[in-house]
Design a protein around this ligand. Structure first.
Ligand SMILES: Cc1ncc(COP(=O)(O)O)c(C=O)c1O
Length: 383
């Protein structure tokens, strides 16, 4: 009997490095600083709230757009932080994680043959989402140590087919952030064009040394064409809950919701009510930069006597370490060896480039308890 043969729509996609490294870390009992998730507990208050709403019976489908109370609190938070008004009914949508928001935004605008500009190294969900919609990723390579965007290069890559530019600030995996001048240069490029923007801002509250988060929404030329995505998983140490959101002008949100409606329809109900109540206390996110800055500093202090070199991460919960003066090994092999022999798992930054550019840099997640960070530093100093 002939079995149907599936012709992959994503022939280049295999098991992700995150799965590989986490499995290896478990096998070798290594400290897992590879995948981006905290190893400390979420707020007991937030967990109690979820429990409370479950017991009260909020266990059926939420509205497609998200629970109203949560959309209203997101609108308030956005106004307090950036002085920008998004209407909770027509411009804010709760999603099943930041990933779903990214996918829905890309699907809303990218058609077959459209080009989407992606800065590499890039978070791994952008390109598959572009390709599943028949789009063509147009890559711009950012290089260490600062991973600055050359806006003239962006201008040169724009064509009449360019439909979308994806911006991630604070940036995974490099920890770089955009500033006001970057936003202005981007605005000068897209002004009077039909180009949309996707702002992946899931690390908006994880930004250090007093640097302000420059959201796409804070520039009027950018705001009118942007889908800005956030993640409560990142902000409240609950990555497993997969709750995020997208803020975008009414006409963009209308199309976004058409996709979201058939992708997941709605997101986990009791968590949405709990988050709405939790957001009423701004200290839950206002104190986050200081909390994670202390973790970054703890990790940097722990590796300062190692042979790795680094510039401190400006945002996200990742710190990159360069080993170019230590060994010639490629970053993938070294990440494997460090896990097996030194007992610390990391992610080789080459995996975030489609051509696997190897700049001899490893990414470490410092969203870990202090003991883990200190121990990782001691072990890494053995290299
Ligand atoms: C840059 C970036 N965007 C989006 C996401 C996905 O967020 P969520 O877990 O809410 O889907 C992540 C998670 O690692 C990320 O690093």
């Amino acid at each position: 009997m002939k079995q149907p043969e599936i012709k992959s729509k994503l022939p280049h996609v295999g098991t992700t490095i995150f799965t590989v490294m986490s499995a290896l870390a478990a096998e070798y009992k290594a400290l897992n600083l590879s995948q981006g998730f905290p190893n400390f507990p979420a707020s007991p208050e937030l967990i109690a709230l979820v429990n409370e709403y479950m017991k009260k019976g909020f266990n059926q489908y939420a509205p497609m757009t998200g629970v109203k109370e949560l959309r209203e609190e997101i609108a308030k938070k956005t106004f307090e932080l950036y002085k920008i008004n998004y209407h909770p009914d027509t411009e804010i949508t709760v999603t099943s994680g930041g990933t779903e928001a990214l996918f829905a935004a890309i699907s809303a605008v990218v058609r077959p043959g459209d080009e989407a500009i992606v800065f590499e190294p890039a978070y791994d969900s952008y390109v598959p989402a572009i390709e599943l919609n028949g789009g063509i990723p147009v890559y711009i390579t950012l290089t260490p140590p600062e991973y600055k965007i050359n806006w003239q290069e962006v201008k040169n890559k724009i064509s009449e087919k360019t439909k979308l530019i994806i911006i991630n600030t604070p940036h995974n995996p490099t920890g770089s952030v955009l500033n006001v001048s970057d936003l202005q240069q981007l605005a000068d490029i897209v002004n009077d064009t039909d180009i949309f923007l996707l702002g992946d801002e899931v690390y908006e509250h994880i930004i250090f040394d007093g640097i302000p988060h420059c959201s796409l929404m804070t520039h009027p030329v950018l705001q009118e064409r942007s889908f800005v995505c956030g993640s409560f998983g990142k902000t409240f140490h609950v990555t497993g809950w997969k709750v995020g959101y997208c803020q975008a002008p009414k006409n963009l949100t209308a199309e976004f919701r058409k996709v979201h409606q058939f992708l997941t329809f709605a997101t986990f109900t009791p968590v949405q009510y709990a988050l709405a109540e939790f957001l009423k206390k701004p200290e839950h996110y206002i104190n986050l930069p200081a909390f994670y800055e202390a973790k970054r500093n703890k990790f940097l202090d722990a590796v300062k006597n190692s042979r790795f070199s680094f510039i401190p991460s400006n945002g996200s919960y990742f710190q990159n370490l360069s080993y170019s003066t230590i060994t010639d090994e490629n970053d993938y092999d070294l990440a494997i060896r460090l896990t097996k022999e030194i007992g610390v798992a990391s992610i080789p930054v080459s995996v975030f480039y489609h051509q696997k550019n190897d700049y001899k840099i490893l990414r470490f997640c410092f969203a870990k308890d202090d003991e883990t960070l200190e121990k990782a530093g001691r072990q890494l100093s053995k290299l």
